[in-house]
Design a binder for this molecule. Structure first.
Ligand SMILES: [Zn+2]
Ligand SMILES: [Zn+2]
Length: 297
């Protein structure tokens, strides 16, 4: 089905601020409601969609919780899931799960690490499982002249680092809703963005936060594996050297308050030295698994 994204944008832009406000509010409320019931269930190991424990599998009731592989889910069962749930639903569910274990940094959806040729390319990690969505422009248009001439994406699932579902096992069709959302984000990206809600955000969201906010609201982590950001701080005090005592004082305050070294140094030394902090995603975030595309004749 064709989606004229310019027209959608026009329709949207013709709405009054009040109408837009109302739409957003309804959207937020619905999201809030789902997020709450997801969380309540998750804590008890129960799936909020089918109301069954994550450990159960009922073949006549395919469900997204199968992807957590707490039950006897097999590769050949995957089509049952994608025939029922679109990309958007699958992605939201596993993103939500990932964020329950470790906020933001289990989802590597960094734009910088995604190639321009891709519509989708990102990895989500949850416990011992890693899922990757991959869709090139070619996949999005369908492989012309083949039987796979419909818009689709590829999906990889690894358990303990071992292949469980390979990228080339399936050409997973997008639903019409998916195409609507993705086409709008590709063609009208300055205005439209796919949003998985606050509990579905990943690293792209994390690095889009203002630097000052990051410094002010982050706390130090002793364990690099749990960190969201990596902060490196450079102190240029060439005109007015900093003493060991000062560094010690900063270190003490860091330990006392749990704030980052970068934050305390900025605060204490800003009068007399140039303190520069570079914020980058922590090294421990998952790598985006890459797919080798085979050229077809
Ligand atoms: Zn379920
Ligand atoms: Zn393909």
């Amino acid at each position: 089905m064709q989606h004229d994204t310019k027209k959608y944008r026009q329709i949207f832009e013709s709405k009054s601020p009040e109408e837009i406000e109302e739409m957003n509010q309804l959207n937020d409320e619905e999201h809030q409601r789902q997020a709450e019931s997801f969380k309540t269930g998750y804590e008890k190991g129960i799936c909020y969609l089918c109301n069954k424990p994550f450990k159960t599998i009922s073949n006549n009731d395919p469900c997204l919780h199968w992807l957590l592989r707490q039950c006897r889910f097999k590769k050949k069962d995957f089509p049952k899931i994608y025939e029922k749930y679109g990309y958007g639903n699958i992605a939201a569910f596993i993103r939500w799960c990932a964020n329950q274990e470790r906020l933001l940094s289990n989802i590597n959806d960094l734009e910088d690490e995604k190639s321009d040729r891709k519509v989708l390319s990102y990895t989500v990690k949850w416990k011992n499982i890693e899922w990757t969505f991959d869709c090139s422009k070619n996949d999005f248009e369908g492989h012309k002249g083949t039987s796979i001439d419909y818009p689709h994406y590829h999906f990889q699932m690894r358990i303990d680092g071992r292949q469980f579902i390979n990228f080339n096992d399936f050409h997973v069709p997008f639903t019409d809703q998916d195409l609507f959302v993705l086409k709008n984000s590709v063609e009208q990206g300055d205005w439209f963005k796919q949003n998985f809600g606050a509990i579905g955000s990943g690293m792209q969201e994390a690095v889009s936060v203002e630097l000052v906010d990051i410094l002010e609201h982050t706390t130090r982590s002793d364990n690099e594996d749990e960190a969201t950001y990596h902060l490196s701080t450079m102190i240029d005090a060439s005109d007015n050297p900093i003493t060991g005592d000062e560094i010690y004082e900063i270190q003490q305050e860091v330990e006392r308050t749990g704030k980052t070294f970068a934050y305390v140094a900025q605060k204490k030394l800003k009068e007399r030295a140039k303190v520069q902090t570079v914020i980058s995603p922590a090294d421990s975030i998952p790598d985006i698994a890459s797919r080798t595309e085979h050229k077809r004749r």
